[in-house]
Design a protein around this ligand. Structure first.
Ligand SMILES: Nc1nc2c(ncn2[C@@H]2O[C@H](COP(=O)(O)OP(=O)(O)OP(=O)(O)O)[C@@H](O)[C@H]2O)c(=O)[nH]1
Ligand SMILES: [Mg+2]
Length: 470
């Protein structure tokens, strides 16, 4: 069923939903917002908030008052209330926002008070956004982009999400889909009235289909580069004990996150630090130095190092230049799974005579090293940053304007594959019917991206990944 049909079916949402729309944390936040949406929103607002004086419940006006307890005697919180009558609201339904004080207690008590009213239930994850989509206030890609904006961990990721919020994804996909629809109507006319129409130029039609296909492939490729901005990278710092992994983590984090000593085996557990490099959110994972040990505790730490290594998007294999490239370093390198990008990082360059480091270039004991640096002085840090961004393809993500999320990528790729099949149909000179099957499939995949052709079950699945209150 199409969204438009769902919208015209008898009012799907009789129930009024409520949730805290802001982040909830003890001791945090000046204000917190309880949001209600649905036919009972205003009635519930009026019954839980007592408004002094002559203030009227007019749409889009802020009122001042108190949320009272059941007995009407105790004030639970001092609040501002905002009524937004549908359709001029986020969901398109009547919405009431109660702006409470932040933290945990006041807002929880206000929510409980609201939920105790008739015809109100707790909102499911993403349910406000889902209603906004069903009521035509937002399109599906915009709703997804809002969720990505909220989740963004870097400025660049946020900018990319904003393109989607502004409708950039919707416009791109809709225009490609319309081009396919044009071709489909041409084809269908031939299937039905072959003899009445001038013969169809299959070559021309094919050119147009393959042109759309290439644009889709390009979108998917760009999106892959955008993934790194959206999801960020897990970078594991791995190496033998005492090579300076923790020192490097501290330098990149700009703080003394990890304990550094000159004793090998200082780090015993994995330790994370969040940083942003050129817009890419990066989780640095410091690990215990890997060596053969009889110390059971150290061994537990080393086991975790191996796990961190296996889970990383990029591994920095750090070694000590003053000791050179050793057999142990080579053994560690061999343990990094082949498909995990890695950088060989020679640390403690400052401990080397300058002439020696320079004359060797990036060769150490015959091994080509990606970056030579000093965690102590910071020399080589920029080269390291450049190298890691290059390794993960982030340097190419800088110019991106539109980036599909995973769901949209999968559908765009499916559409491109279906269009590739029309090429085969043409080569094999198959009848027009074969073309229409693939073309319809491509159109339907694109319609699933924009929400024009989507089932309610798929919508439920998409929105269930949102958080509560969204
Ligand atoms: N000269 C010099 N010393 C360094 C450099 N980086 C780290 N060190 C020193 O090397 C020693 C070990 O540093 P850590 O950062 O604790 O090494 P690690 O790899 O985390 O060691 P483990 O946690 O034991 O595996 C400390 O004394 C650091 O001060 C560097 O670039 N130059
Ligand atoms: Mg350490």
């Amino acid at each position: 069923m199409k969204v438009a049909e769902m919208m015209s079916s008898p009012i799907p949402h009789q129930q009024t939903i409520a949730a805290v729309a802001t982040a909830v944390a003890p001791g945090q936040g000046g204000i917190a917002v309880v949001r209600l949406s649905g036919p009972a929103a205003e009635v519930v607002g009026r019954s839980v908030v007592s408004i002094p004086g002559q203030q009227l419940w007019v749409s889009h006006r802020v009122l001042y008052g108190h949320v009272m307890d059941e007995s009407g005697k105790e004030r639970i919180d001092e609040v501002l209330v905002l009524l937004m009558k549908g359709p001029r609201s986020f969901t398109g339904e009547d919405v009431v926002e109660i702006h409470c004080h932040g933290g945990l207690m006041a807002v929880q008590r206000v929510l409980e008070r609201v939920l105790a009213q008739p015809h109100v239930r707790r909102a499911l994850p993403g349910e406000f956004s889902q209603r906004a989509v069903l009521n035509g206030r937002l399109d599906l890609t915009q709703a997804e982009a809002i969720s990505e904006l909220v989740a963004a961990r870097s400025r660049r990721a946020a900018q990319l999400a904003m393109t989607g919020v502004d409708g950039g994804i919707q416009r791109r996909i809709t225009s490609l889909r319309e081009r396919l629809l044009d071709q489909l109507s041409e084809l269908e006319a031939r299937v039905d009235f072959e003899e009445d129409l001038p013969p169809l130029d299959g070559a021309e039609l094919l050119v147009e289909l393959q042109c759309v296909r290439r644009e889709l492939e390009q979108l998917v490729e760009d999106a892959k580069r955008g993934d790194v901005l959206r999801q960020g990278l897990q970078v594991a710092l791995v190496g033998r004990p005492n090579v300076g992994k923790s020192s490097l983590l501290n330098r990149l984090s700009r703080r003394e996150r990890a304990i550094v000593t000159d004793l090998p085996g200082t780090t015993r557990d994995v330790l994370e630090s969040e940083i942003v490099l050129e817009g890419v959110p990066i989780t640095l994972v410091d690990t215990a130095g890997i060596r053969a040990t009889k110390d059971a505790l150290e061994q537990l730490g080393i086991d975790r190092s191996h796990q961190a290594l296996a889970a990383a998007d990029v591994v920095f294999l750090v070694f000590d230049l003053s000791l050179g490239w050793t057999a142990e370093d080579a053994a560690l390198l061999a343990q990094i799974p082949d498909d995990v990008p890695r950088l060989l990082v020679g640390n403690k360059a400052d401990a080397q005579p300058a002439s020696m480091a320079a004359s060797r270039g990036n060769q150490v004991d015959g091994k080509t090293v990606d970056v030579i640096l000093s965690a102590l002085t910071g020399q080589g840090e920029e080269a390291l940053i450049e190298a890691v961004l290059k390794t993960c393809g982030a340097s190419e993500a800088q110019g991106l304007v539109v980036a599909l999320n995973q769901r949209q990528q999968d559908l765009a790729a499916a559409a491109a594959i279906a269009l590739a099949r029309t090429q085969e149909a043409a080569e094999q000179k198959l009848p027009w019917d074969f073309w229409t099957i693939d073309l319809r499939q491509a159109i339907s995949s694109l319609g699933e991206i924009t929400g024009e052709e989507i089932t309610e079950a798929v919508l439920d699945r998409i929105f269930s990944r949102f958080c509560i209150g969204k």
